[in-house]
Design a protein around this ligand. Structure first.
Ligand code: HEM
Length: 537
């Protein structure tokens, strides 16, 4: 037998012949001893004190006392489901990712949808960004696409994330608000960080109050990189599109639902799957040839910018169906650990400074949230690919390591060896990118253009959508106590569009300021024919 086989180790083999016949409904202790009474603690006499000797009572209370783990620092409230993904066609020309090679070959997935701001017990239908995180259990390891339902983000650099989240979360003195963005610290931060303006336009739109998780888009946000078998890279942006179309609540509905049924979105997902109405999404990609990296008015590494679909069309590459609810919310939806750095051969990163920080942050936070370094062994996180590491020990270790866990090793078997230079199949090799430069804290100039795409978004809205955006700004800013913050935010909006600014200002009883003279605009160089042709998929 394979000495590295995890689910049937030597201990299991030794004990196989000795197992008692299972008694599935018999209550036992953690040690497998049957319990006589779980309702009455052992006591000295009918009216006497409870005895420490009652190990079942102590174990029961101790386990209960330790039931809670820290909730996620963001995206604490969520709902998950299992399903599968299947590509329409082979993407071998662009990526060697195993799960994108064969049309129709299914890869199992687990998806978790979430709100960002509120704690675990907050309401579903608040105005907020929604997380859309997908774990693909591929044959070459787990790939996580950890996205949101908006294609851009609030900040351009992960170093700002702690400040941003401190401003977004409940205020520290009174823990208010638990589930809405309407508060001073959030608007203070955003008004002082105008790079958030494009994202704010999405957040004040109806996209921020989805009717259902089954009816919202998902985006990878960052520019990632496909790498094919020859090592050629192609920039890629990921898009999920729901089969049911994008549908939102209107604000009054969202507020009523938050009161009547705080589980509105969670229940909808659960019930749809239970009744066989399986949610379905199409995965699409925008592909940009490496030589066109500089062909845009913005930097592909800037997560506050989209690539307009008029410039690079979205090409559908496959579909995902969610067809099974989890059995146990805690074990699966709560303990699932997504990480942007969980990539597989054929998918790689770019130098987007937001992505680079995320690649550090998720593993780091999971080490505390999930109690040590062995959470990848939990059922929902376990890959279907073989796992052979030289890691040793740690809290919650489930694996009885056969070897002595080091490499190179001439003394014992069971210590896995790395692939080496000649072995190419299914091995992750980092994309070879030329990097050169001074150690600096600056980014390319177009990162300073905070408004062009916010304006693009505003201009793309119908009249009623614009009206909803104005109402949302008025509602949210109307709750801000600081006049200075309200005025600064309205001044920022003057750089997006005069109509938007005037309408919001009027609602707040403020004069509409003129646009600032420092607004950056950038023109777009021509794209290569390859991009315009949509890369021919
Ligand atoms: C959690 C998306 C930016 C840190 C999440 C989740 C999603 C997500 C979907 C929930 C995962 C789940 O369901 O378990 C995004 C997107 C971002 C972004 C799309 C920007 C494009 C960042 C940044 C950081 C960060 C910049 C830090 C530098 C975290 C942390 C968690 C989290 C610490 C909690 C993870 C856990 O406890 O398992 N994010 N995020 N995120 N995100 Fe982000």
């Amino acid at each position: 037998p394979d000495p590295r086989q995890r689910d049937h180790d030597d201990k299991d083999r030794q004990l196989d012949g000795f197992r008692a016949a299972p008694q599935s409904d018999a209550l036992t202790t953690e040690q497998g001893v049957r319990v006589d009474d779980t309702d009455n603690a052992l006591r000295a006499g009918e009216r006497g004190p409870t005895l420490l000797e009652d190990f079942h009572n102590r174990e029961k209370l101790t386990h209960f006392d330790h039931e809670r783990i820290p909730e996620r620092v963001v995206h604490a409230r969520g709902a998950g489901a299992y399903g599968y993904f299947e590509p329409y066609e082979s993407l071998a020309e662009y990526t060697c990712a195993d799960f994108l090679q064969e049309p129709g070959r299914r890869t199992p997935v687990f998806v978790r949808f979430s709100t960002v701001q509120g704690p675990r017990g907050s309401a579903d239908t608040v105005r907020d960004v929604r997380g859309f995180a997908t774990k693909f259990y591929t044959r070459e390891g787990n790939y996580d696409l950890v996205g949101n339902n908006f294609p851009v983000f609030f900040i351009q650099d992960a170093i700002k994330f702690p400040d941003f989240v401190h401003a977004v979360k409940m205020e520290p003195h009174n823990e208010i608000p638990t589930g809405a963005s309407a508060h001073d610290t959030f608007w203070d931060f955003c008004s002082l960080q105008p790079e958030s303006t494009h994202m704010l336009m999405w957040l004040m739109s109806d996209r921020a109050i989805p009717r259902s998780f089954r009816m919202m888009q998902g985006f990878g946000v960052h520019t990632f990189r496909f790498v094919n078998a020859e090592g050629r890279g192609t920039f890629v942006k990921f898009h999920w599109k729901p089969l049911l179309g994008v549908n939102s609540l209107v604000w009054d509905e969202a507020q009523i639902a938050a009161g009547r049924d705080p589980d509105f979105n969670r229940r909808d997902l659960w019930e749809a799957i239970e009744s066989g109405n399986y949610p379905e999404y199409e995965l699409g990609v925008q592909l940009v040839a490496e030589e066109d990296e500089g062909a845009f008015a913005f930097d592909l590494l800037d997560a506050t910018k989209i690539i307009p679909e008029e410039q690079v069309p979205v090409q559908p590459i496959g579909r995902m169906v969610l067809d099974r609810n989890p059995q146990n919310f805690f074990a699966e939806t709560e303990q699932v650990a997504f990480h942007t750095a969980n990539v597989v051969p054929g998918i790689d990163f770019t130098n987007d400074p937001l992505l680079q920080g995320r690649n550090f942050s998720y593993l780091d936070t999971q080490l505390i949230r999930l109690g040590g370094p062995n959470f990848a062994q939990l059922p929902v996180n376990r890959p279907i690919a073989d796992v052979n590491t030289n890691h040793r020990d740690g809290y919650g270790q489930q694996v009885i390591q056969p070897g002595n866990s080091y490499f190179p090793n001439s003394l014992s078997g069971g210590c896995p060896a790395h692939a080496g230079a000649g072995d190419t199949s299914g091995v992750f090799r980092h994309y070879q990118e030329r990097v050169a430069g001074e150690k600096v804290r600056v980014r390319s100039d177009s990162f300073k253009d905070h408004y062009s795409q916010a304006t693009l978004f505003w201009n793309s809205m119908s009249d009623w959508e614009k009206a909803h955006i104005v109402e949302a700004f008025r509602f949210e800013l109307g709750k801000v106590g600081s006049a200075e913050v309200r005025e600064r935010m309205v001044a920022n909006l003057s750089n997006v569009h005069g109509d938007l600014c005037a309408a919001v200002a009027a609602g707040l009883g403020l004069p509409a300021p003129r646009p600032a003279s420092t607004v950056h605009t950038f023109s777009s160089p021509a794209l290569s024919q390859e991009n315009l042709a949509g890369n021919g998929i």
